[in-house]
Design a protein around this ligand. Structure first.
Ligand code: PXG
Length: 453
């Protein structure tokens, strides 16, 4: 018999009364009751009533090695017994953070060798903003303080994270963006595909960076920040010419290039980092999510030798968190990386499962209500459209509604997918098998059909 205190209704009631959820209108949620997820294994979730869901979002784009990995639990448990907490301030360190720093330096692209740790992607990007400004001040160019980002980017929810991000509904709350942050167009071909080729959109979006630098003065610009593939914005895979053009502009004007690898890092795009997949040579990289597969919260900023040396010249960097390099979180990250390496997860994704997923997603292009299929590695988006007869059939009269309806059908069919602006998004655990990809695609197709029937 089910314990009354663990019953769905009881938990929903307490949740509605006492728990404020992220990105949620509380009264609307209270009316319907939150979905209570209580168990997970592999790529599957179960709610407290025993309903099973295939988690095509890997939690929030993070559970790369899948749920239920005992090796991580054991590593964390052993670390908790040995040293549950100590800090990395005041000239101290501890074995797991040392080992993890060296491991991250080994995995990240050449020349990125030092890591600053924090607990999330948002904290990583807050660190990025202070760090790039402190870097330029340290090398005698304090005027270089502006960071250029992109519309519809997502870099987190803290004051700096949300300001660096380009989400208008976030800027509307809390007086954002904070000063010294500029936004330019995103390389989103679907929005312009009636007038421009994919390459032309890539060129135009890179030109927008150059134009903005010239407008505000290169002597005032610290950095450009971008996700290799915009995730929360709708899995926007950039045109193939985009990143090399962006790289050229950054080099030409002596601007630091920051890759926000919070989603793309640790195998998501079919190599260790999005920077590998898109041949980006970043000066700084923000990491989180897949670093520990979400088992415990940890993030970081990895910096190039050039940036590290600049920071060294600047005295103390007056920045840090109680949990910078938390030993249990570092142990979780190390065990997670060991699984990725031992099981050759990224090799399997690149050789087999990602090509299979992308092939299956490409088949959706013939669906009368799928206007574009986007994807790379274990990321995908199915852009829902009212029809395919010209420009007027590209967008729904009321944005967002159709995606949300489709998401509800997905849940009824035992599938967790995310809706972004009427695009259905997926980012499953990297360990998903071909049979599970078949199940995912069958359920997605059924849900899309139900949405339009
Ligand atoms: N950068 C990127 C690229 C992200 O995707 C962050 C930074 C912030 O990380 P933290 O750990 O502070 O959340 C993110 C997070 C969604 C969704 O609904 C996406 C994220 C977080 C929550 C929800 O797509 N991305």
């Amino acid at each position: 018999m089910q314990n009354l205190h663990n019953s769905n209704a009881h938990l929903q009631e307490l949740d509605a009364r006492h728990h404020l959820h992220p990105f949620t209108h509380a009264p609307s949620l209270a009316k319907r009751g939150a979905r209570v997820i209580s168990k997970a294994e592999g790529v599957y979730l179960w709610d407290v009533e025993g309903n099973q869901f295939l988690d095509a979002m890997a939690g929030l784009w993070c559970v790369n090695v899948g749920y239920g990995r005992q090796e991580i639990l054991e590593a964390v448990s052993a670390q908790m017994q040995q040293l549950p907490y100590y800090n990395t301030f005041f000239q101290t360190t501890h074995p797991p953070v040392v080992e993890l720093s060296a491991k991250v330096a080994e995995l990240t692209p050449e020349g990125l060798n030092r890591v600053f740790f924090c607990s999330s992607g948002s904290e990583a990007n807050d660190t990025v903003l202070r760090m790039v400004r402190h870097y330029w001040a340290s090398v005698g160019k304090p005027a270089k303080h502006i960071v250029i980002s992109r519309e519809n980017a997502y870099h987190g929810s803290t004051m700096a994270g949300a300001s660096l991000g380009g989400m208008k509904p976030m800027h509307k709350q809390g007086g954002l963006p904070i000063g010294g942050i500029e936004h330019i167009m995103q390389p989103h071909w679907f929005l312009h595909s009636d007038e421009l080729s994919e390459e032309e959109v890539g060129r135009k979006a890179a030109q927008a960076l150059e134009d903005k630098i010239v407008e505000v003065g290169a002597e005032n610009v610290a950095a450009f920040i971008g996700e290799p593939v915009q995730g929360a914005g709708g899995v926007i895979v950039p045109p193939s010419n985009y990143w090399s053009l962006i790289q050229d502009v950054c080099n030409k004007y002596n601007i630091l290039l920051v890759a926000d690898e919070v989603i793309c890092g640790f195998g998501r795009t079919g190599s260790w980092f999005g920077s590998n997949t898109f041949d980006i040579k970043p000066d700084l990289m923000a990491i989180a999510k897949g670093l520990s597969s979400g088992y415990l919260p940890i993030g970081g900023v990895v910096v190039s030798d050039k940036v590290a040396e600049g920071l060294d010249a600047g005295g103390d960097f007056n920045h840090g968190y109680t949990y910078s390099g938390h030993p249990a979180c570092a142990a979780a990250a190390l065990a997670n990386i060991e699984i990725i390496q031992k099981d050759k997860i990224i090799e399997k994704v690149a050789a087999t499962t990602a090509p299979y997923l992308q092939k299956k997603l490409a088949e959706f292009a013939t669906h009368p209500n799928v206007g574009q299929v986007r994807g790379v590695g274990m990321l995908g988006a199915l852009q829902l459209v009212p029809g395919k007869k010209g420009k007027s059939q590209k967008f729904f009269e009321k944005a967002d509604e159709t995606g949300v309806r489709c998401r509800e059908h997905c849940l009824d069919n035992g599938l967790v997918m995310r809706a972004v602006d009427d695009a259905m998004i997926l980012s499953p655990p990297l360990v998903i098998t071909e049979a599970e990809i078949d199940e995912l695609c069958e359920k997605a197709l059924k849900s899309i059909d139900q949405t339009f029937s």
